[in-house]
Design a protein around this ligand. Structure first.
Ligand SMILES: [Zn+2]
Length: 456
């Protein structure tokens, strides 16, 4: 058994009681926490013990990313002033040129950025599968295994092309039967239902304007038959609302509810444009929301009603969203931006620093269906831990460490443990060479741009 002891740090456990320690300890045995409390750690048994000096640090649960598109790391900085629909129309033909090699480079870069910003568990929503691109899901799962993050890959899809009245060009859409067969194959091959799982699969048709209602229904049926979760984009912009009214005669939430897509096995990205009744339906049904503040701001989409969703009892997590609409791709920044956007919409008491941290940890864990496993620092849970420096000039002198973390400058996490394994130490990624990742991603971005140019 390998044992790690962290002592001398402040701890924000983010447990149900909001327990915090000004000076506390964490003890990890193999991949689980076995003790969390105030003061020094209880004496460890014989054998090798790794000790981490936590003085001047804050320990929090590892952040959980509830929405992302890793492949977009190689298509950043495009369509800079566009609305969502304009941005998508410009980017779909670029995304049609990705392949397993570019996917791998993009995923490693995106995962490295997540790790350095304190994220221990992330989902990925991959929905572009060009023919002859190779095995993209396998490429990103291998990247997650190499970087060392807990990974929920979703098998996304689009089957409503432009010729049928959808937004995406037909060339990036797939046939419904192919999608369902590939979804089932992904579950068979990669989904690990066990409690400590490092890899899980969920099903994620892309959005109301790129997917048929038939595929939405079939995907829900398949997911429920196989015991995996469901994810999609919803109510991101007023353009989407207009599309749903025109094509389906209803608002986006009503459309989804009619397809059996509200429930505690579903989490939805964005949910910016909700009315009061829709907010209460999210709470009643336990439907989760992945709030993506930076992406919503980048695309000028609006501000999701996060305090109202929390008051209704809905699980709310945070997502960086794809890097084509959030070039930073860092999760600690989303904790800060969630607080700032909530206050821009609702005043300075709309969201506290502790509530923002809870969104980024337990809220995300609830979205991914992992609330029993991750999201808080409690004995018995997986040892997914972020240790943040509080003694540098950025945070030093702020007496409240949680305020220092959330209101202060987002900076790389100092130590990141995933299931007790060191992923970041001394503020640097230890599982891969960041310079090599940078070179690979630059080459991959060039390759996608050249292939797009050649196709135009
Ligand atoms: Zn998205």
């Amino acid at each position: 058994m390998s044992v790690t002891v962290i002592e001398g740090c402040a701890i924000a456990t983010v447990d149900a009681a909001g327990t915090e320690h000004a000076d506390g300890h964490l003890v990890i045995a193999d991949d689980r926490l076995v003790a969390v409390g105030a003061g020094p750690a209880p004496p460890a048994g014989d054998g090798d013990v790794v000790r981490i000096d936590g003085r001047g640090r804050l320990a929090t649960p590892g952040l959980v990313n509830a929405h992302h598109h890793l492949y977009q790391w190689v298509t950043r900085g495009l369509a800079q002033q566009a609305t969502l629909f304009e941005w998508l129309v410009e980017l779909y033909p670029v995304w049609a040129r990705i392949d397993a090699e570019t996917e791998s480079a993009a995923a490693r870069a995106g995962l490295a950025a997540l790790a350095r910003s304190g994220c221990t568990a992330t989902m990925d929503h991959h929905y572009v599968f060009p023919r002859e691109a190779g095995d993209l899901l396998e490429a990103e799962i291998e990247a997650a295994q190499a970087i060392g993050l807990r990974f929920h890959a979703t098998r996304g899809s689009m089957d409503l092309g432009r010729s049928d009245g959808g937004l995406p060009p037909d060339e990036v859409c797939e046939d419904r039967d192919e999608i369902l067969a590939a979804s089932e194959a992904a579950i068979d091959r990669f989904h690990d239902p066990s409690p400590g799982a490092m890899v899980r699969i969920a099903l994620a048709p892309c959005s109301p304007f790129s997917v048929t209602p038939e595929l939405m229904k079939d995907a829900a049926e398949l997911a429920r038959k196989r015991g995996v979760r469901l994810h999609t984009h919803l109510a991101e912009t007023t353009d989407e609302e207009a599309f749903c009214r025109e094509r389906f005669g209803v608002r986006p939430v009503e459309y989804l509810e009619g397809l059996g897509w509200l429930g505690d096995d579903v989490w939805l990205a964005h949910c910016v444009h909700l009315d009061a009744h829709e907010v209460s339906r999210f709470g009643e049904t336990g439907t989760g929301v992945a709030h993506c503040p930076s992406s919503n701001a980048r695309l000028g989409a609006g501000i999701a009603p996060v305090p109202a969703l929390l008051a209704a009892g809905a699980p709310v997590g945070l997502g960086v969203d794809g890097a084509a609409s959030n070039e930073a791709g860092e999760l600690a920044m989303e904790v800060r931006n969630a607080l700032l956007l909530a206050r821009l919409a609702g005043g300075p008491a709309a969201l506290t620093a502790r509530e923002a941290l809870e969104l980024g940890t337990m809220g995300g864990a609830r979205c991914l269906g992992r609330a029993d496993d991750i999201g808080s620092l409690e004995p018995g849970k997986l040892a997914d831990v972020a240790l943040w420096r509080m003694d540098g000039p950025e945070q030093a002198g702020i007496a409240d460490p949680v305020a220092g973390l959330v209101l202060g400058a987002p900076r790389p996490v100092e130590t990141l443990l995933v299931g007790g394994r060191v992923v970041v130490a001394g503020g640097e990624l230890r599982t891969a060479d960041e310079a090599e990742i940078g070179r690979d991603v630059a080459r991959a971005a060039r390759r996608v741009a050249e292939r797009t140019g050649a196709a135009r």
